[in-house]
Ligand binder design. Structure first.
Ligand code: GUN
Length: 294
């Protein structure tokens, strides 16, 4: 068997088109959705992510602004920039790209962002509202995974979803979205992690398996139930001098060659979950801008 590839790029492009159309309508009312980025230090992956998010804004007709700060920025200087973005009425949503350089307090940063502009859904106020279904924004990667499943015809409702990885930005919020009532929910969810004994015993029970533990090609074909749907959230940079100009290639948390022989559908890396995260970020920013007129 050879699995169908779930094309995240194509589904993300659909969403970005929908967002761009809605942004056109907003413009007629005098509002241009605005998304801000604060990038501290020179982590190459973070720089690449912020650049592609900025490019996506441009394509959707959004205003975007990036504040780059050096790695030696003090906590108080960073907090001053967050306050500026909180007050700037042209910025409807913004994020501070993580991880921060050593010495900066991530918790304090996340808690300083105005929850109404927290398009990442990282603020404890929004995270706390997630199980209640009353959050201001959906967390981008988890919501992107749900959207990817629904739009490719693999409704989570009634299925057993096994998530491997319990991070606060993917595994845990995803488990909440999938187990909620209604759109994209109504699944039975199991969360596994690095301390789960006999992991395969759980992964082999999954109708939908989500690999989000950040371990290169960890999930192999013998860990997957035949006919299941496999979502790979991993983005691991593997040194590869053969790739000219870059010196690395990207791999997921799933060993694609063996798993695609067993699963019925699978997301590729790159081109699976990654583009969905950006599409959902735009959607959240659009929502924040729309709230300005309601
Ligand atoms: N670093 C990796 N992913 C993300 C994300 O979705 N948001 C922010 N702010 N930082 C990240």
């Amino acid at each position: 068997m050879s699995a169908k590839i779930i094309d995240g790029k194509e589904i993300a492009a659909q969403i970005r088109q929908e967002v761009a159309t809605a942004a056109e309508d907003l413009k007629l009312k005098g509002i241009i959705p605005g998304l801000g980025f604060i990038l501290v230090g020179d982590d190459p992956a973070s720089r690449t992510y912020v650049k592609s998010k900025g490019k996506a804004c441009e394509q959707a007709g959004f205003y975007s602004i990036t504040k780059e700060l050096p790695a030696h920025t003090s906590q108080s200087e960073l907090m001053t920039w967050i306050e500026r973005f909180n007050r700037d009425s042209a910025i409807h949503g913004f994020l501070v790209q993580l991880p921060l350089p050593p010495g900066l307090n991530e918790t304090q940063v996340i808690e300083a962002v105005n929850p109404a502009k927290d398009v990442d859904c990282f603020h404890p106020y929004n995270v706390g509202r997630l199980p209640l279904g009353t959050e201001a924004f959906a967390p981008c990667t988890p919501a992107g995974i749900v959207e990817l499943l629904v739009r490719s015809g693999y409704e989570p409702a009634g299925r057993h979803v096994v998530i491997v990885g319990r991070s606060s930005i993917v595994g845990r919020p995803l488990s909440i979205l999938l187990s909620r009532k209604g759109h994209g929910g109504d699944a039975t969810v199991t969360v596994c992690h690095s301390r789960t004994p006999n992991l395969s015993q759980f992964t082999r029970q999954a109708d939908i398996l989500v690999a989000a533990m950040g371990k290169t090609e960890f999930i192999r074909g013998d860990m997957v139930k035949p006919g299941s749907i496999v979502i790979d959230v991993g983005i691991n940079r593997v040194d590869d001098p053969g790739v000219e100009g870059k010196g690395y290639h990207l791999t997921g948390d799933v060993h694609f060659p063996s798993v695609s022989e067993v699963a019925v559908a699978i997301t590729p890396v790159p081109g699976g979950v990654g583009p969905m995260t950006i599409a959902m970020l735009l959607k959240n920013t659009l929502q924040a801008a729309q709230r300005q007129i309601t």
